[in-house]
Design a protein around this ligand. Sequence first.
Ligand SMILES: Cc1ncc(COP(=O)(O)O)c(C=O)c1O
Length: 462
Amino acid sequence: MSLTPRDRARRPVLDPTRLAFLTGREEQRFLADRPRSLALLDRARAHMPGGVPMAWMTAMHGHPPVFAAEGDGAWFTDVDGHRYLDMNQADLSMNVGFGPPAVVAAVADRMRRGSQFMLPTEDAIWCAEELAERWELPYWQFTLSASGANTEIIRLARHVSGRDKILMFDGKYHGHIEDSLVIMAGNGVKPELYGLSDAAASRARMVPFNDLDAVDRALAPRDVALCIVEPALTNVGVVMPAEGFHQGLRELTEHYGTFLALDETHTQIASPGGLKRLWNLEADAVGLGKTIGGGVPIGAYGLSETLAQPLKQPPVMQGAPMESVGGVATGGTLYGNALSMAACRAALSQVLTPQGFVRTAALGAQLADGLAGLFAAGSLDWQVHRLTSRSGFTFADHLPRNAAEARELAQPGLYRLLRLWMANRGVWESVATAGPTVSFAMAEAEVEFYLERMREFLGDIL
Ligand SMILES: Cc1ncc(COP(=O)(O)O)c(C=O)c1O
């Protein structure tokens, strides 16, 4: 019987019995080697649900979390003394590496001289000037996370457009925001998790990535304030845009009077101006966070002249005691604090430099070439994607074109085994499905270390 391409793509690489055996073996080893982490977890459970400061830390790996001890460059150690090469860098929030000296010095200095005033510091001007140049958007504001940045972009777009709906793409993640924690359900949209309101979901529309006809239909009623999109989806593995997708999206959003925001929280690692700059994309807003903080919490968003207008208005009394600029719901006590601004300036000026991006892209190519070579040598038809420094792969002979296809190709059991197997041999991936990413602290030796582990992994399972 001949297999269709779809059957071939879904065919498991390992038969279920062997997968279960290998996973069980790796799990046992993982737990046996980490007595100190397990003891801390036991103690922690008394006053933190699940034993962690943020419950989702237990949801990510399918095994107990390890307690981290310290990081240095591309590596970190846990409390049991295991050393890991970090190939996901806390979902790219530490893509600069641990403790970059320039950021450490700037943060220590700022901390000594006062880290938060609820007043601007000169570093903020430098950061806004630099981001304006890199992302080609004139105005910038700062928050504490990318979630905060996207929240404010959504509010501004609603206010300026006078519309209520938000358009997103299946497979997106734009942060822990009521408006975007939604999933497709039949022809509609529903809350993604418990605790979210149906009302927020009723203001959302979702369509498949790379489907311009669906975008057209979603925008046609002219009630959509904002379309928010990652230039390439990065939260269901990586899904690259089809030829002409972004150009078509820009034309449609302009045609229907909808603002377009690029969420470059992850894709900023592609170039000094993210994929917007690399692919010459146009947008009314850009949302950022993670990497640009150099390890210190930050969010940032860039705005066009039109979207920034309300923030140039005089404060409006919305009701005592809060005054709000232009009457728009933006702001937070620690947003734009002096410490984040100092860290961001040091990270942008001394780590996330144009030369730094050239180097990480070259290492990303080394990683992708190495993976492709290993798969070919193992007679595997797994495909490698190349997103500069982020070079993951799909367990299939083609790359997905949208989130539904990505889920179909995912093989969660195999990812779980891969993650455990790698963790037991000195490679950490917080989000294994994301695919390995080169950090600014890596060199060729680190890429080779990862590839060598992958070679051993394939040797073990095939
Ligand atoms: C594309 C994208 N946008 C926004 C966010 C939210 O970032 P944060 O959790 O730092 O607010 C994430 C987090 O993974 C993301 O991947």
